[in-house]
Design a protein around this ligand. Structure first.
Ligand code: GSH
Length: 247
């Protein structure tokens, strides 16, 4: 049976799962949800309140890492993890965990604050999503949606400033993994997809892009199609931004 993937437009863990499905040439149906509607729809359809969620026959799977493990069991090649006997296996799993539990929330909190300052930018992230409502009807609700998303993700000006200050150190860590050969191979592993999708979303924020451009970490976006969505430069105050590497 064709897997059904539940996503939100612009969601980076959803992009990671989509890339894995394409890599393994697994046909799938994508269901695009409206922001926050996953809290109502998710429990019934795929058993959770966050996206990505997947329905595979009667099976319900929630979470990007859980879905990637299930996809490896479903279609073994190309594998998203090194073989269990390989010393790189545990390292890739640890990089993937860090990408999910630590890095994944960083663009979420920064972009939520950017959307509060410039709600019109949210519209650009819809991309090719087939949403149940026309954009014209959703437009008046964007400022309220931005406020509710910021509350849900505990995104405030102070958190965005702290995330921006911590970002260069996190990028150094990713660049070191690439130098070690753990990330950035010809074919992506699970950690490349988890971290690369987050870098791709960060680079859609015009003020954040110069912090990443030119670094090895920026190359992890090549595993994905071009990102729909852009927060124009100038939305975040210049004094919140650390200097780009080498500046
Ligand atoms: N870390 C989990 C959670 C993903 C997650 O929080 N997704 C966001 C979208 S990027 C979401 O569903 N947010 C809505 C909410 O938390 O209600 C994963 O990788 O699957």
């Amino acid at each position: 049976m064709t897997p059904r993937l539940y996503v939100l437009p612009g969601s980076h863990p959803c992009a990671a799962v989509e890339a894995a499905l394409r890599l393994k040439s697994i046909d799938f149906d994508r269901v695009d949800l409206l922001p926050l509607s996953q809290m109502l729809v998710g429990p019934l359809r795929y058993g959770g309140t966050t996206v990505p969620g997947m329905r595979l026959d009667g099976e319900r799977i929630v979470g990007s890492r859980q879905i990637l493990r299930r996809l490896d069991a479903l279609v073994a090649e190309p594998a998203l993890l090194p073989a269990p006997g390989d010393p790189a296996h545990a390292k890739v799993l640890e990089a993937e965990r860090w990408g999910d539990e630590v890095l994944q929330s960083v663009p979420r909190r920064i972009i939520d604050v950017a959307f509060l300052r410039h709600p019109a930018a949210m519209e650009s992230y819809v991309g090719d999503a087939k949403l149940p409502l026309p954009l014209g009807l959703m437009r008046p609700a964007l400022p309220l949606t931005a406020r509710m998303m910021a509350i849900k993700n505990s995104a405030r000006e102070e958190s965005a400033r702290a995330d921006l200050a911590a970002l260069p150190g996190q990028l150094d860590r990713i660049d070191a993994w690439i130098a070690e050969g753990l990330l950035g191979g010809e074919r992506p592993n699970a950690a490349d997809l988890q971290i690369g999708s987050t870098i791709r979303l960060l680079m859609s924020i015009g003020d954040v892009r110069p912090l990443i451009e030119g670094r090895p970490a920026a190359e992890l976006t090549r595993y994905f199609p071009p990102m729909a969505g852009e927060v124009p430069a100038g939305v975040l105050p210049a004094e919140w931004l650390p200097a780009p590497a080498g500046a």
